[in-house]
Write a protein that binds this ligand. Structure first.
Ligand SMILES: [Zn+2]
Length: 308
């Protein structure tokens, strides 16, 4: 049975990964600069090879530097971790999926994205790559989420965020990021009995931290609706649209939290989203207030006034 599983796994082609030369160079240099913590023998070998390259003609040097860095990049072990994490999810990724790994400029840029062409883009800072275990954990979760993007049932539609009011977009985006990461972490933790106890413990702590961060990003007590949203996990993640709707309702949109009308800015008991108002009212409102979106909140008084 075990060998059958192994055969199945190896039958899945691992996606092709391309690494940005700038990322390779930055990581290898940072390893050399941190020589005191690193394996002294390979640092010395690297420096010897570097000295040899300086003996060569200037025209030859550039490509020799690049190939030296590529070899040491392999030795640092990043490609092995990326391939391991991709192989784990190969069954959930399209066979034609290409992966490109780039440098992230800051922490907020880090993670995995799937673009319209179906390519997976990984972005990480060298500081994150320097800690192999931390990088592996983060990448595993990111690839679970990237695999969601390829799942038609998940319905990944990031453009829906653009339709949100600018005043609430960032808050909702932040909550959605945490919520989606939490669903991935729940799935990873469900797989952990297969792994060693120490790894399971770290993954569990990460889960608790994500859950606490998400609670902090939500307004009021969203415990029951959150539990309902997550009830099909780990078997099935909630779809993208459902998670977005949950965050819109609970993630501190002023309007949703306190019932503030987007037109008169007065708090009111009877605000409704534009999308549920009668057609004639909606048409009259959007003709007069062009900034209104389907998810905007309108109080009964403003709705009545425009319908006259
Ligand atoms: Zn109003």
């Amino acid at each position: 049975m075990k060998s059958e599983i192994r055969n199945l796994k190896s039958a899945q082609p691992c996606p092709l990964v391309t690494y940005d030369p700038a990322l390779i160079e930055a990581l290898v240099r940072s390893k050399v600069d941190a020589a005191a913590d690193a394996d002294q023998s390979w640092i010395n070998a690297y420096r010897d090879e570097l000295d040899d390259i300086y003996e060569r003609s200037p025209e030859e040097r550039e490509s020799l530097f690049a190939s030296l860095d590529r070899r040491y990049f392999q030795r640092v072990g990043i490609p092995a971790i990326v391939e391991e994490c991709l192989a784990e999810r190969a069954g959930a990724l399209p066979k034609t999926c290409n992966v490109t790994m780039l440098s992230a400029q800051d922490r907020s840029e880090e993670g995995a994205d799937v673009n319209r062409a179906g390519q997976m883009i990984l972005r990480f800072r060298t500081a994150t790559l320097a800690d192999s275990e931390k990088f592996r954990r983060r990448l595993r979760r990111e690839i679970v989420q990237a695999a969601d993007c390829f799942n038609p049932e998940f319905g990944h539609a990031p453009e829906l965020l653009d339709a949100l009011l600018p005043s609430e977009r960032e808050r909702i985006r932040a909550a959605l990021t945490l919520l989606w990461a939490l669903t991935a972490q729940i799935r990873l933790c469900a797989e952990e009995p297969l792994k060693t106890g120490a790894t399971a413990q770290v993954e569990k702590e990460r889960l608790d931290r994500l859950a606490a961060d998400l609670r902090a990003a939500l307004c009021g007590d969203a415990h029951a609706p959150l539990a309902e949203l997550l009830q099909d996990l780990p078997a099935r993640p909630p779809a993208f649209g459902r998670m977005l709707e949950f965050c819109r309702r609970h993630a501190g949109s002023e309007a949703a939290a306190s019932g503030i009308c987007d037109l008169c800015r007065f708090p009111s008991e009877d605000v409704q989203t534009l999308s549920v108002l009668p057609d004639n009212v909606r048409r009259a409102l959007t003709a007069e207030f062009t900034s209104l979106q389907n998810m905007s909140h309108v109080c009964a008084r403003c709705a009545e006034r425009s319908a006259i």
